[in-house]
Design a protein around this ligand. Structure first.
Ligand code: NAP
Ligand code: G4F
Length: 324
């Protein structure tokens, strides 16, 4: 039986990946921070909270990571833990850097010292491209130009991951994932903020959604599809970096329209308030990934399309609110 350590197992991607690997008969260890009341709701949503062995540790605490790697010596580590909200990274830039940059260095050092055969996956991000593109698209060759403390912290992580591969021969991969969403996406991210808001308005529980802008464009996929790509990246003969995306881009406006239309609301713009508090000091205007390498080498392609994703998220929020 293969063993895996997933950091960030309580977030969005962690539960989808854990479920995917449990179905492949992995023994799954999940790293969680110390909490008085840990929140297992995303794992519960997927019905796997009691199938994971939890280990306490923190990406900012090197000794905890060393002890964990030394004790379990997993076959694979998927580092999904992060301060992942771009908007907060300007106000919490030191914390963001400590978790997203130094945390990766600590994990890699622990692997090098105590379990060099362990394969390592780093959750890299399309944010690293900023507004850079080649003919309006981003692929593995597109130059990086990070535009937030979050993106900068992730760029360090990307390069230190490459560096351990080049310096020590560690099996280290970067998945450069474009935005991916699901019914268990955090409510601060724009997609879930919209689907939760639409469900509330539809049920008479809310009257407005306050957004920073309607024009940003993102390449939105489904998290359930993207964790399969993470797994495939780690099963290759040699470690490599891959773009994972849908190749389609939509604006926040498109997302609002699709979500409101799905519940039968056509005059949706009257429910939107533009609120400067949700604007960012530096914005990424448009992301559109070209994941040809993933298709050709991994045989990976996304299955869930934009409209289906929006509807899945609205349905989930309607059901949650009705059950409450
Ligand atoms: P998420 O929902 O925000 O989950 C992040 C997880 O990291 C949370 O469970 C959080 O734990 C944990 N964490 C934060 N700080 C930690 C620390 N100091 N020590 C240990 N754990 C810590 O993020 P996600 O959407 O699942 O994304 C997974 C990863 O992919 C992240 O690294 C993100 O930056 C990256 N990424 C995401 C996307 C996307 O569109 N979703 C795209 C590209 C890359 P708590 O539950 O305790 O807070
Ligand atoms: O949903 P968002 O907060 O996601 P963002 O910033 O693209 O970051 C997500 O995807 C990255 C991959 O590209 C990940 F690395 C990262 O961890 C995270 O998962 O914002 C999407 C867009 C932005 O342009 C934002 O300015 O929506 C715009 N937006 C407009 N109004 C808003 C709002 N975003 C949020 N969160 N809230 C708003 O009210």
């Amino acid at each position: 039986m293969k063993t895996v350590l997933i950091t960030g197992v309580l977030g969005q991607d962690g539960p989808y990946l854990a479920k995917f690997l449990l179905e492949k008969d992995y023994k799954v260890y999940g790293l969680i921070r110390r909490y008085t009341n840990p929140n297992f709701s995303n794992l519960d949503y997927l019905g796997i909270a009691d199938k994971i062995e939890y280990i306490q540790g923190d990406l900012t605490d090197e000794s905890s990571l060393m002890n964990i790697i030394k004790t379990i010596r997993p076959d694979e580590v998927y580092n999904l833990a992060a301060q992942s909200f771009v908007g907060s990274s300007w106000n919490q830039s030191k914390l963001t850097t400590e978790i997203n940059s130094l945390g990766v260095l600590y994990l890699l050092n622990a692997i090098k010292l105590f379990s060099p055969i362990t394969k390592f996956y780093q959750a890299s991000t399309s944010e690293m491209f900023g507004n850079s593109s080649i003919d309006g698209l981003q692929n593995e060759e597109t130059p990086f130009h990070p535009r937030s403390p979050y993106a900068i912290s992730k760029l360090y992580a990307y390069w230190i991951t490459n560096n351990f591969k080049e310096s020590y021969g560690t099996f280290c991969c970067n998945g450069i994932l474009f935005n991916h969403e699901s019914p268990i996406r955090g409510k601060e991210f724009v997609t879930r903020k919209i689907t939760d808001g639409v469900a509330r308005i539809k049920l008479g529980l809310g009257d407005k959604i306050r957004l920073g802008n309607l024009d940003s464009q993102r390449d939105w996929g489904f998290a359930g599809d993207y964790v399969e790509a993470m797994y495939l990246i780690m099963q290759q003969e040699s470690p490599d970096n891959f773009i994972i995306s849908t190749g389609e881009t939509h604006s926040v406006r498109d997302f609002c329209e699709a979500a409101f239309n799905y519940v039968g609301i056509k005059d949706w713009e009257k429910y939107i308030v533009l609120d400067p508090q949700f604007k960012r000091p530096a914005e990424l205007f448009a992301l559109k990934g070209k994941s040809d390498k993933a298709k050709n080498v991994l045989g990976w392609e996304p299955k869930v399309k934009f409209k289906e994703l929006v509807e899945m998220m609205v349905d989930a929020d309607l059901a949650r609110l009705k059950n409450k």
